[in-house]
Design a protein around this ligand. Structure first.
Ligand code: FES
Length: 156
């Protein structure tokens, strides 16, 4: 499920995230699984989820933040409908990730699309890599990255 305008209502999103988290009470590995489920269902992690996951699952807030910051899969406090992920870790960095990120930011005009730098999705043999809603492309240049954004329909 992708984010809908209803998912961006802070109160509705918080309640939905609480319901999702509550379903994992007592499960082994509950924190990571619950956070992944919130990310999957809302397409982002409401900031209130840090407090809620800590309260519901019995973790400390730093423990919840630790999981959220360790994995690149999480987008905290954002509610865009779509994402363009640009890997900026070392193999992608040395093959031009930052110039690709700039080219994409310059090209994207759709305000429902958020460009975000991410950590390695383990596609280094294809570096530099970019994804639009998890559709990955590799071995990009700034020019082909902008063309990719155009192909995805996020450029006017
Ligand atoms: S560093 Fe970019 S895919 Fe691994």
């Amino acid at each position: 499920m992708t984010a809908t305008p209803a998912n961006r209502d802070p109160d509705a999103a918080r309640q939905r995230a609480r319901d999702i988290i509550s379903a994992y009470v007592g499960h082994k590995g509950a924190l990571l699984m619950a956070l992944l489920d919130v990310q999957y269902q809302l397409n982002y992690i409401p900031e209130t989820t840090v407090d809620d996951a800590a309260e519901i699952l019995g973790y400390s807030q730093p423990e919840v933040w630790g999981v959220l910051s360790f994995y690149s899969d999480f987008s905290v406090g954002q509610g865009s409908d779509h994402f363009i992920d640009v890997c900026i870790d070392a193999p992608c960095h040395v093959t031009g990730a930052r110039s690709i990120e700039r080219a994409i930011r310059d090209a994207v005009t759709d305000s429902d699309v958020e460009v975000r730098p991410i950590s390695c999705p383990r596609l280094c043999n294809q570096a530099p890599v970019v994804a639009y809603d998890q559709q990955w492309r590799g071995q990009l240049t700034p020019q082909t990255a902008a063309e990719f954004a155009r192909d995805m329909g996020v450029v006017s």
